[in-house]
Design a protein around this ligand. Structure first.
Ligand SMILES: [Zn+2]
Length: 492
């Protein structure tokens, strides 16, 4: 009897499966191809945002622009009085909330959200099928730039110097209260927690930058997996498939150690399947405009998976198979450089990192030795085998130039070849930005140099007394065959 019932149910289910496969326009397991997501991005990217240091004031007109298609609600204000708004879209039942930039200097996904708004608001194009599916299935709530005060200074923390991602429970910051309040009122089934990470993350065991890192955050110390977390993991598997097509190997999975104060962990705990996206680095994309495109593509893919519930086809095993994040990258790895100590030379590998420092709407780089010795477990975004090369100091050119404009790249290269690493200028101010391959001094007559940990990296690499390479603020310059590179420097 029991067998008969089971068989009848099985037949019925089989019938349903066959029937639904035959009638559906698109088989349920398929989502929009990466190439189509890419063309949608190119068509709808928000042209008013061109770099990642935009501010709260820059996005207000962009929010208002969507007031017909989206329901816009002011949720509250930051400590310094900047508005935080949500944009709601969709007539469906599946609630999804997406929030970005709780760390003020992590703006990549915010850019992608404005690109998405343009996409969602449009109509009658080749993407209308996807858009209609999302509109009829989903109830979307977007909260771009949760930390506008941090964004103003392009810094991580808010105006009380609190890390909002450690304020989910204490709720000291108004911005944290706004985010938790929105989640509690809306009770989304899915949540997207959108961040940036350092560019030094790599996919474990490979030299590839973790351009996108993902996580389905844990909701307890045991890092248990429940239905809420499984849905997030499954959706991430689908997103990773898109990424592996366009940036193979450039995806890392974040550590899932439980952080009891963090939003992602707690929002998972409160019952929302939460997906963390961390935007890292990608070669030749310092302003993260390509990574912005990747965010657009995978968020759109995830929304489609959620609308179709097609994430159900994936397993947690596939999620766990995504390589872990590691942090073994440096900008420049110089292997086996001979460095002088007490009259003797020792071969060391130098790991140099160049960090970007915000200056107004732009930035400059500041390089130093991160570590040295045996660096074989590290990967350089750029590497040089310096065996046979010796460390050598450079000089300051004594005759001052009128200004930075009076020096061009050819002149700077000439001076480097003659052993000068720095020039002086009469006009201009300390902190002014320039793009020369040489140090420029205004407020000082000297520059710092060295090869030990923490020191500024300004030196030459010599072979038998002949200068072969210059390292200027961490930029490697081949004196015979200089390659094209952009120098982001400031006057000292
Ligand atoms: Zn962050």
């Amino acid at each position: 009897m029991k067998d008969q019932v089971t068989r009848s149910i099985s037949l019925f289910l089989l019938f349903l499966t066959v029937f639904s496969c035959k009638t559906a326009q698109v088989p349920i397991h398929e989502t929009t191809a990466a190439s189509v997501l890419e063309s949608a991005y190119l068509k709808y990217k928000e042209p008013a945002i061109t770099h990642r240091r935009f501010k709260h004031a820059d996005i207000q007109p962009l929010i208002q622009k969507h007031s017909d298609a989206f329901q816009i609600t002011k949720l509250g204000e930051s400590i310094e009085g900047r508005s935080i708004s949500s944009l709601d879209w969709g007539d469906g039942k599946i609630k999804v909330m997406l929030w970005s930039q709780m760390h003020g200097n992590e703006s990549t996904a915010t850019m992608a959200l404005f690109d998405l708004f343009n996409f969602l608001e449009a109509s009658g194009d080749e993407y209308q099928g996807l858009r209609s599916l999302l509109k009829s299935s989903l109830d979307l709530k977007f909260i771009p730039m949760i930390n506008p005060d941090g964004a103003e200074a392009f810094k991580r923390r808010n105006a009380i110097d609190i890390d909002l991602n450690r304020d989910a429970i204490s709720q000291i910051s108004p911005e944290a209260i706004i985010l938790k309040g929105a989640r509690d009122d809306f009770e989304p089934e899915f949540g997207f927690n959108l961040h940036d990470q350092q560019t030094y993350y790599n996919a474990t065991g490979t030299p590839k930058q973790a351009t996108i890192s993902v996580l389905a955050p844990a909701y307890n110390y045991a890092t248990d997996v429940n239905e809420v977390r499984i849905r997030a993991m499954q959706t991430i598997v689908g997103m990773n498939k898109i990424l592996q097509e366009v940036v193979p190997g450039h995806v890392g999975k974040y550590d899932d150690a439980f952080e009891p104060r963090a939003f992602g962990d707690n929002i998972t705990k409160w019952g929302t399947s939460t997906i963390l996206i961390e935007s890292g680095g990608y070669p030749n994309d310092p302003d993260k405009q390509y990574i912005r495109q990747l965010n657009f593509m995978i968020i759109l893919n995830a929304l489609e998976q959620i609308a179709k519930r097609s994430y159900e086809q994936y397993t947690t095993a596939e999620y766990f198979a995504i390589p872990d994040n590691d942090m073994q990258l440096v900008d420049l790895l110089i292997n086996e450089l001979q460095v002088p100590v007490e009259g003797k030379y020792y071969p060391v590998d130098l790991g140099i990192r160049r960090r970007d420092i915000t200056a107004g709407d732009s930035y400059y780089m500041s390089a130093s030795v991160d570590d040295l010795g045996d660096m074989q477990v590290y990967y350089g975004l750029e590497e040089l085998d310096a065996s046979g090369l010796k460390y050598a100091e450079g000089k300051v050119y004594v005759t001052a130039f009128d200004s930075v404009e009076a020096i061009d790249e050819t002149k700077a290269m000439e001076l480097l070849k003659e052993g000068y690493l720095a020039v002086k200028v009469r006009n201009g101010a300390k902190g002014d930005l320039h793009q020369l391959p040489i140090l420029v001094l205004k407020s000082t007559d000297v520059f710092s140099s060295g090869w030990k940990t923490g020191t500024d990296t300004n030196f030459f690499l010599e072979k038998e007394g002949v200068r072969k390479y210059a390292v200027v603020n961490g930029y490697l310059i081949d004196l015979e065959n200089p390659k094209n590179q952009e120098f982001k420097q400031r006057i000292y």
